[in-house]
Design a protein around this ligand. Structure first.
Ligand code: ADP
Ligand code: ZN
Ligand code: ZN
Length: 987
């Protein structure tokens, strides 16, 4: 595989002899590419060049294996293949998902002193200084560091010449090899059973006899690894001695040695003789002896062995030669053939014996079935292995070695699990059963949707599931929307499984991220927690994948460059299938697609309808002492109609009801959150008097006000009246002039709506000058700031928290008794088919932050759309009502889950070029759909809602079809187009 963003995905290379035994699928290798050299990942190892190579193609050699451990597992390559196929991306881009962070920065050329070379007496001064430098650095040093210190015009040439003469070795390597841990105390198994089976015949030293035996037994159709010894054998394909030697890369010697051991039989060279059809004695006249011999041959009716024939008949060889010259008989010399005399089931044992790998095998067998680290003393005693044996297994990536330093100290009093509530227990029964089936090799993948209201105890069930996974000797991946926004969840996992989790945190430095990745690869962590990319962590023995807040949009890779636009939810389900791992999707607000699929029976649907009230602070042990856990009502939600506020003369962005509630909360010494989803605060057009939003008559979606299309000086960005510009439908590209009066009520108070958290903050400061206020959004916080903000608020160092959707994610804030939503409309009026869904999800999640303790809580939602079903359903905490309504809408317009979409996007600095390019592809797609009579539909081409990003104009074509990928599967899109399969937004 080529490490490149543009080129073809896979290339074929030959493995040189010295690497043949080491190289396996998943290794990172250095390969020649054109005139230079590149990194690649081995995606397949074949005995033969692929058949589709053009004849005469030169196959070049792999230069180096860059790291002794494979960097991806075969299963991960399968996953990458699936991603590539499903999201219409080249395989090399999908494989990028799997590569260690900062790979480029981590591969070096390492120069070391050649061990064997005797130094010539006459060294150039530079050469002596290179060797001196090498000695000072312990014999090896990174080439880039070394080059800096060579005083020559062309330091690389100096090094190159030295390498040519065998004075130094220059090799690519992933990271400078670490010194082995000081004392190896424990061993853990990394490989799964299938990998072990595949590795067993390769363990130990190289042995040509073993190679030949393997070739022979594979050719005989009874690979020792497949365990199918009892199955009927296909007819053996017989190998001649020469063919066998060629395939095994050996001389006749090892095969003769195998014969001497009695494991194979070499049927010797023999000459067969037969009369040719049509031969008659009569043709021979006076040559009596020849006639006799021919007659005898004709009597035999078929080929006979020459020697036996001569002995039987007393004829001599020259007689036969004479007949042959006359074209009456034919002699055929047969090569010796080699036959396996061992039973197929014995082959593996013999191979291991030949390679001297009995101890390695014994160690692997001992470790199989135990996920926990095993003490080396026990291994040595039971298997007779020594440290060298273990190192060899570690080099092959089958086990990892640990000294005690690698283990984190176990904090005292690791969290103990509480007793499950009846709701939890009912769900757990299904999960436990499903996981048990799955891990005992059940064919049916186990996927469950855990639909539970905020605070209903979903996380507790994830913890249980992880516990059960570890107990079964398997590992788990836990995905969260964003690590820095979900520190509480991460901490709970850390407390329950001390020393066993690895957190893939995007805020870490590249080096730290690499180290976490490497820890996972070496099997030093059993639970990987991270955002969507953690799904591609190099974890072995996977048994469980959890997606917390499974509805979250961040699970979708949305910018398709440079990675494929995969959805971690669907990729997780595929990985679960590949690995035989259970998949848990947990959320209070499942996406329409997910809930629909669960209802259809594709996933187990588990409901947790009641919120759990945590025990009072005064009785922390209440739950674990066996008292019944209390449940709580979800907080009451009051909808405030902002149109009425205006009529009543309140021009503030905060309604009277919200102001009053804030005052009460502050007086009681409690906390409040004011939520405004500013990212969605793009301009839309609405009547302030009747709330009417201007919609496209064809698409039923809000029209967007555009100033960029025909800019004019002096138009305010927002305000009343009718600024110059156009209303555009971003779906079908319909354009309309801006009206000066509302088409519904005739009012002239048309507003171009836009509101941000900063304005909310200002307003609050004016209204409550004494309150301590925290604004938490992307402008105020980055990286680890999030945790500090959260901690400050939890510690009650602030009374009011103003924030965007980031505060909606799974936080548990016991002192918060009031949540105010400054505007429910920002997401609602976006021209996107998921606008209602996103609004419902956000309102429900934000409302879920209130009332998580005995203090209770309430929610106030301000809106110009009080009747909207998304707002209404969220206010009643009624997912089912929302789902039914939204599903009907999706059905009417043919949107997912009743179809799938692919968004094709094109951006360019020149708007005309954009439009022309979009038009051209649109026409082509249109023709193609008609020509192939596909059940597909095009929406657009039209400019995207965000019609210009970073100076680039954006256009989009959406394909809507039951299986839209079919249209594009074998099409190379023109340059500059990106493909978004199952887009989560059409903005
Ligand atoms: P969710 O993930 O659905 O938001 P959590 O698992 O975080 O819910 O549970 C909400 C609160 O209830 C947490 O404080 C948690 O510790 C507590 N909790 C969960 N399950 C139980 C239980 N069985 N007994 C007592 N408390 C529980
Ligand atoms: Zn109106
Ligand atoms: Zn339209």
């Amino acid at each position: 595989m080529r490490d490149d963003t543009t080129g073809a995905a896979t290339f074929t290379y030959r493995l040189p002899e010295r690497l043949r035994d080491m190289a396996a699928v998943g290794h990172l290798v250095q390969v020649p590419l054109g005139a230079s050299s590149a990194q690649g990942v081995v995606v397949a190892v074949a005995g033969q060049p692929p058949g589709d190579l053009p004849p005469g193609t030169e196959i070049r050699e792999v230069t180096e294996i860059l790291d002794a451990l494979p960097i991806v597992t075969p299963m991960q390559i399968d996953l990458a293949r699936w991603v590539a196929g499903e999201y219409l991306a080249p395989l090399n881009q999908s494989i990028r998902l799997l590569l260690p962070p900062g790979l480029e920065a981590r591969t070096f050329i390492l120069v070391s002193q050649a061990a064997s070379a005797a130094h010539p007496d006459s060294l150039a001064a530079q050469e002596s200084s290179v060797l001196r430098l090498l000695q000072q650095r312990g014999g090896r040093v990174r080439a880039d560091l070394l080059l800096d210190q060579i005083h020559a015009d062309d330091p690389e040439a100096v090094l190159h010449a030295m390498a040519e003469r065998g004075l130094v070795d220059a090799r690519h390597t992933l990271v400078p090899p670490n010194p082995a841990p000081p004392r190896v105390q424990y061993v853990r198994l990394l490989a799964d059973d299938a990998t072990i089976e595949a590795s067993l015949p390769r363990l130990g030293r190289s042995s040509k006899q073993a190679d030949a035996l393997l070739v022979l037994s594979n050719r005989a159709g009874a690979a020792p690894m497949d365990g199918g010894a009892a199955a009927p054998q296909p007819p053996a394909a017989i190998l001649t001695l020469a063919e066998l030697c060629d395939l095994a890369g050996c001389t006749e010697g090892p095969v003769r040695a195998l014969e001497a051991r009695g494991w194979v039989e070499i049927a010797g060279r023999q000459t067969l003789v037969m009369a040719l059809p049509g031969a008659r004695q009569a043709q021979l006249g006076r040559a009596h002896k020849q006639a006799e011999a021919l007659s005898a041959l004709l009597d035999r009716g078929g080929p006979v062995e020459l020697g036996a024939f001569l002995a039987d008949t007393g004829h001599s060889r020259p007689i036969i030669s004479a007949l042959e010259q006359k074209g009456l008989v034919q002699c055929v010399v047969q090569d010796p053939v080699v036959l396996l005399t061992l039973r197929p089931a014995e082959v593996l044992d013999r191979v291991i014996e030949l390679r001297g790998a009995e101890k390695e095998r014994a160690v692997l067998e001992m470790l199989q079935g135990s996920l926990d680290r095993v003490w080396v003393g026990g291994i040595y005693a039971q298997t007779g292995a020594n440290l060298g044996t273990l190192r060899k297994l570690a080099d092959r990536g089958l086990v990892s070695l640990h000294s005690t330093e690698f283990e984190r100290p176990q904090p005292v009093g690791a969290e103990t699990p509480p007793r499950l509530t009846p709701d939890q227990a009912a769900a757990w029964q299904v999960i436990e059963q499903g996981m048990r089936n799955q891990m005992s090799g059940g064919r049916q993948p186990f996927v469950a949707l855990l639909h539970g209201v905020t605070g209903s105890g979903k996380t507790e069930l994830y913890l249980r599931a992880v516990q059960a996974t570890l107990a079964a000797g398997r590992r788990a991946i836990v995905l969260v929307p964003e690590i820095s926004l979900t520190p509480q969840t991460v901490r709970r996992f850390g407390a329950r499984f001390p020393g066993r989790i690895a957190v893939m945190h995007s805020q870490l430095t590249m080096g730290q991220r690499y180290d976490v990745w490497d820890r996972v690869r070496r099997g030093e962590a059993d639970v990987v927690i991270g955002a969507r990319l953690a799904l591609f962590a190099p974890i072995s023995r996977l048994g469980l994948i959890v997606l917390d807040e499974a509805h979250d949009g961040s699970y979708k890779q949305s910018e398709p460059i440079p990675l494929p636009a995969y959805h971690a939810r669907d990729a997780a389900i595929e990985l679960g299938r590949l690995a035989g791992a259970a998949v848990l999707l947990g959320t209070a607000t499942p996406s329409l697609e997910t809930y629909y699929r669960a209802r259809q029976g594709a996933y187990h649907l588990l409901e947790l309808p009641r919120r759990i009230l945590p025990p009072r602070a005064s009785a922390p042990d209440q739950a674990s002492n066996g008292h019944a856990t209390e449940t709580a009502e979800l907080p009451p939600v009051r909808i405030v109609d902002l149109r009425q506020e205006l009529r009543a003369g309140n021009r503030s962005i905060l309604s009277r009801a919200l102001q009053e509630a804030l005052r009460q909360t502050l007086d009681a010494g409690e906390q409040a959150i004011i939520f405004l989803n500013r990212r969605g605060a793009a301009t839309f057009v609405l009547c302030r008097d009747c709330g009417h939003v201007l919609l496209c008559p064809r698409c039923d979606l809000p029209l967007t006000f555009h100033r960029t299309i025909r800019p004019r000086q002096g138009t305010p960005p927002s305000g009343q009246g009718s600024p110059s510009g156009l209303l555009v439908c971003h779906h079908c590209n319909r354009r309309e002039p801006t009206p000066s009066n509302c088409p519904a009520c005739g009012s002239s108070r048309i507003r171009y709506f836009g509101l941000g958290t900063e304005r909310v903050e200002e307003t609050l400061r004016q209204l409550f000058p004494g309150a301590r206020l925290l604004r938490w959004d992307r402008d105020t916080a980055t990286g680890f700031d999030h945790e500090r903000f959260l901690q400050a608020f939890i510690d009650h160092r602030a009374d009011l928290l103003v924030g965007t959707q980031m505060i909606a994610k799974g936080l548990d804030l016991p002192l918060v008794t009031l949540v105010g939503v400054a505007s429910a409309d920002t997401a609602l009026n976006l021209p996107d088919f998921r606008a209602a869904e996103r609004t419902f999800q956000l309102l429900t999640q934000v409302a879920g932050r209130a009332g998580r303790s005995h203090r209770g809580g309430r929610v106030i939602v301000q809106t110009y759309n009080p009747e909207h079903y998304a707002v209404q359903a969220a206010a009643r905490h009624d997912y089912a009502a929302f789902f039914d309504r939204e599903l009907a809408y999706r059905l009417r317009l043919g949107y997912p889950p009743f179809s799938r979409l692919i968004a094709l996007r094109f951006s360019h600095g020149d708007p005309r070029r954009c439009q022309a390019e979009a038009g051209r592809l649109g026409r082509w797609l249109d023709t193609e759909i008609r020509r192939r009579d596909l059940p597909a539909e095009l929406i657009g081409p039209a400019p995207c809602f965000f019609s210009r990003i970073q100076g680039l104009y954006r256009w989009q074509i959406v394909i809507r079809a039951p299986a839209p990928a079919a249209l594009l599967r074998d099409v190379a899109l023109p340059r500059g187009w990106t493909v978004d399969v199952d887009p989560i937004t059409l903005l």
